[in-house]
Write a protein that binds this ligand. Structure first.
Ligand SMILES: [Zn+2]
Length: 221
């Protein structure tokens, strides 16, 4: 770290706002969480994209979501190869220790990672980590069908990638076991950055979460 580097002023401002605003209303919850530890019922696998923050979109409180984020909200298939893998570690902890009840793969429109895969363009090259990571999308590209097929290709690819991630989750033996025994439920959803609409995967398609009340339970319940 450079000796002249300064902690970002935006973060200092934001933290002060948090101390003055949210912290007082959440104080008791923080105390309780510190005493009992976290026990979130929901794990979110989301994209690093700065516009798609799960805690903001789902309006959650501290301790409610266990979140792992990576480029394009991907889940690699199970591979017991001993390689350190952040997604694998997060899944193990969520399912085997926290015993979350739901895992939600949260995809989104205008995903730069998905677009990069589809366009194979700069700034990515085959030697880059991101290029290797995005190669995980190849099976979803097969599922998404031809580029000149019906509807927007990137949307189809983004949604096919969610489907593939849900399939990949079931390649983890402990996770498949938890799903089979009814202790764990898997979900996919898709956030439209431009409109704020949220769509929940329902069979082969997606249905929009309505603006009011009960539909919220479709994801969180
Ligand atoms: Zn993304």
């Amino acid at each position: 770290m450079s000796a002249t580097s300064e902690f970002p002023a935006r973060l200092i401002e934001g933290y002060r706002d948090f101390l003055a605003g949210r912290m007082p209303t959440e104080r008791e919850r923080y105390r309780e969480l510190a005493k009992r530890g976290q026990s979130p019922a929901i794990m979110i696998i989301g994209c690093c994209d700065s516009r798609v923050s799960p805690e903001v979109i789902f309006d959650t409180h501290p301790g409610e979501l266990f979140v792992v984020r990576n480029i394009a909200n991907l889940v690699p298939p199970y591979a017991p190869d001993g390689v350190c893998h952040g997604v694998f570690a997060a899944l193990e902890y969520a399912v085997q220790v926290l015993k979350v009840k739901h895992i939600v793969v949260l995809g989104h429109a205008r995903c730069g990672g998905i677009r990069a895969y589809a366009e194979h363009g700069p700034p990515l090259s085959p030697g880059d980590s991101i290029h290797k990571w995005m190669s995980l999308i190849a099976p979803a590209a097969e599922l998404a069908g031809p580029r000149d097929g019906e509807g927007d290709y990137l949307t189809r690819l983004e949604q096919a990638s969610i489907t593939k991630c849900l399939e990949n989750l079931l390649t983890f033996p402990y996770l498949a076991d938890a799903v089979r025994s009814g202790r764990l439920f898997l979900h996919g959803c898709y956030f439209d950055v431009a409109t704020g609409q949220m769509f929940v995967r329902d069979g082969a398609g997606y249905r929009e979460i309505a603006h009011a009340g009960p539909a919220r339970a479709a994801v969180a319940g």
